[in-house]
Design a protein around this ligand. Structure first.
Ligand SMILES: Cc1ncc(COP(=O)(O)O)c(C=O)c1O
Length: 632
């Protein structure tokens, strides 16, 4: 038999499909990252993690490869440049990064650095985001798109930003904002630049398709748009209207939907331009998706188009409509967030324990002759065959249920119940195996894969680091980062550290169909086992919460240098216990004092010795400054 190797692991986990050239399995059997997409330049993620551990940086850790952001921004810009050239489009493209997608300071900085060679912009959706970005924009004339709910303070800050040399464009998303923005502008004596956000009727495709249509949360209906433009004409401010915007929802999986909405937006641009001659930018929002499962289909976690196709279709649709109407083509701006930052982050976690799911089939008969249900189930288990599968399985089910009722009534003790429970599980496994040869499978066994899978407990919190997995069933590529020259001969699901039964991952990507378990290796007693969750750079970190008080994970920004060596640019320490407790209003000093009081009482009762008291106090204090996750 041919032995297992890294190529087979690559195929099994589909890394070459979803890795998009940034991730691969090396011949060493470890996952490699290629931050610049140059196959000849790679970092070994397992070695990187081992080094971090030696330096005292515990798992879970988020590895951020800023050079991947650079590569993504170049790819998106170059795709638009190529499309503009190919279709002789007479205007330019600008890439805007919506900071809500990942507002971490270092990530926004990395985006800004990467965008230096292109026409860049940032987009904000709230007052705190505006305040952060106003300070961070350091080049004159840099574009800042102001979205979201806007009070007078927000508007004033945004408009005054123009005095500081920033090109802030305030996007009107609700009719009331128009009057308010003109009032504030007059008060501060600065002429604003405005955008209108339209509500397209053409629907996106995917989990966020509700972002378009009449009932979408944001945007102006066609009537509101018309009234808004007329109002600006009446008050002599129509020259302020510079931009038309729409957002079709994130992760749009189908190119057909994109083309449809682009045509509608371009038509609207042409019509609004008739009323507002200074209109010059068409902002096509976000929606450019990424291929989480590598299937290149229009499934929710994939996309059936490339960045190049997206750019070509955007440029072509706008050009065609403008040409039909004889309207000059607008500058195109896209607010692509997910596709800019998703690839650059990897969450690495360590397996802390495994609970074996598949029971052994070599059962001994029950010792106690009085245990009638155990005896009966044993007979069924032994005699179950392909021929009598359905009948035997249903008999086994009723004995199992009967045993449980008898236990509840006090007629069966723990020893018989324990035997029957575990033999029943073994019966399910045997039945499932036999069902492969049987003509009919008992209905109850159709989703029987759960009998074979183990639970791998990992040090992380789904609610903190992967909220979309819990909230909207988003799938991410997951795989071990080492031992990939060995065949993974177990199947498992992933459970996090929270004591919440939802804190698990039991749906996994696959090119063909979603899997209910993941191929994994048997845990070795000596060596750690690391599993990574990939493509987590978009939306996960700040949407996360403090369930069970697990805080922010450690994060490390890593570059690859000219010689192919890892450079740890920034280490962002995760939350300490002290920090998460203060987020929920505990005062750590007061906690220490209260703890001391309990120690004094215990000393008085002589239930601890003075040495133990000293030791306990020191441990308590040390824990306050420790990591919130499981530390081995
Ligand atoms: C107004 C707006 N622009 C841009 C985006 C970013 O979208 P994406 O991450 O799909 O590029 C969003 C996110 O939903 C949004 O609401």
């Amino acid at each position: 038999m041919e032995s297992w190797n890294s190529t087979k692991s690559s195929e099994l986990y589909g890394i070459n499909e979803w890795g998009n050239g940034y991730y691969s399995v090396g011949t060493s059997g470890n996952v490699q990252v290629h931050p610049t997409k140059d196959r000849g330049k790679s970092l070994d993620i397992y070695e990187l993690v081992s080094t971090l551990k030696r330096r005292g940086i515990e798992l879970p850790v988020v590895l951020r490869f800023d050079q991947i952001i650079e590569s993504r921004i170049s790819e998106i810009n170059n795709a638009f440049r190529a499309a503009i050239e190919a279709y002789e489009y007479g205007n330019r493209y600008r890439h805007a990064y919506p900071i809500k997608v990942n507002q971490q300071y270092q990530v926004v900085r990395a985006v800004q650095d990467a965008a230096r060679n292109f026409e860049g912009a940032l987009e904000v959706g709230s007052k705190p985001e505006l305040i952060a970005v106003l300070a961070m924009l350091d080049r004159r004339g840099e574009v800042l798109l102001c979205n979201g709910y806007k009070d007078a303070e927000y508007l004033e800050l945004a408009i005054l930003g123009r005095k500081l040399g920033k090109r802030t464009i305030i996007i009107i998303e609700q009719p009331y904002e128009l009057h308010e923005v003109l009032r504030v502008a007059e008060k501060v004596g600065v002429e604003p630049e405005l955008g209108f956000r339209m509500k397209p009727l053409s629907r996106g495709v995917g989990k966020w398709e509700g972002s378009t249509g009449e009932n979408a949360k944001f945007g102006l209906t066609s009537l509101e748009l018309l009234n808004g433009a007329r109002y600006l004409q009446q008050v002599g401010k129509i020259h302020c209207l510079k931009l038309l915007h729409f957002h079709m929802g994130s992760q749009v999986s189908s190119i057909v939907a994109i083309k449809r909405v682009m045509r509608e937006a371009a038509r609207m641009y042409v019509e609004v331009k008739k009323l507002a001659p200074d209109l010059e930018i068409l902002d096509v929002g976000g929606g450019l998706g990424i291929d989480y499962d590598g299937s290149k289909t229009n499934s929710d976690c994939s996309v059936n188009y490339s960045v190049e196709e997206y750019a070509r279709d955007v440029v072509w649709s706008i050009k065609t409509v403008c040409e039909e109407e004889g309207t000059p083509v607008p500058e195109i701006l896209s607010e692509s967030g997910r596709s800019t930052v998703a690839h650059h982050s990897v969450l690495v976690t360590e397996v802390t324990d495994v609970s074996i799911g598949k029971p052994a089939l070599d059962f001994e008969p029950p010792e106690d002759k009085e245990h009638a249900r155990a005896q009966e189930l044993w007979q069924i288990f032994q005699s179950m065959s392909v021929k009598n599968l359905s009948e035997s399985f249903h008999d086994a089910m009723s004995i199992h249920e009967e045993c449980f009722s008898a236990f509840m009534q006090g007629n069966v003790g723990l020893d018989e119940r324990a035997y029957v429970d575990s033999l029943f599980r073994a019966t399910c496994v045997k039945a499932k195996l036999l069902s492969k040869q049987a003509r009919r499978t008992p209905e109850e066994l159709e989703n029987g894969e759960k009998f074979f899978r183990d639970t791998y407990f990992c040090s992380f919190s789904l609610f903190q680091s992967l909220p979309d997995s819990w909230a909207i069933n988003q799938l991410f590529p997951i795989m071990p980062i080492h031992r990939l020259n060995d065949e993974p001969n177990r199947r498992g699901i992933i459970a996090d550290l929270t004591c919440d039964s939802d804190g698990k991952i039991d749906r996994f990507i696959d090119v063909k169909e979603i899997q209910e378990s993941l191929p994994l290796h048997e845990l070795s007693l000596e060596d750690p086992y690391y599993i990574a969750i990939f493509l987590v750079g978009a939306y996960q970190e700040t949407l996360g919460d403090l369930h069970n008080l697990f805080g922010d994970a450690n994060a490390v920004h890593v570059d690859i240098d000219q010689n192919g060596k890892a450079v740890l640019k920034t280490i962002v320490e995760g939350d300490t216990v002290r920090e998460v407790l203060s987020y929920v209003q505990y005062n750590p000093q007061e906690l220490i004092e209260k703890f001391r009081f309990s120690i004094e009482t215990a000393l008085e009762d002589e239930s601890v010795t003075p040495e133990q008291a000293a030791d306990l106090t020191a441990k308590f204090k040390r824990s306050l400054d420790g990591y919130t996750y499981f530390v081995k």
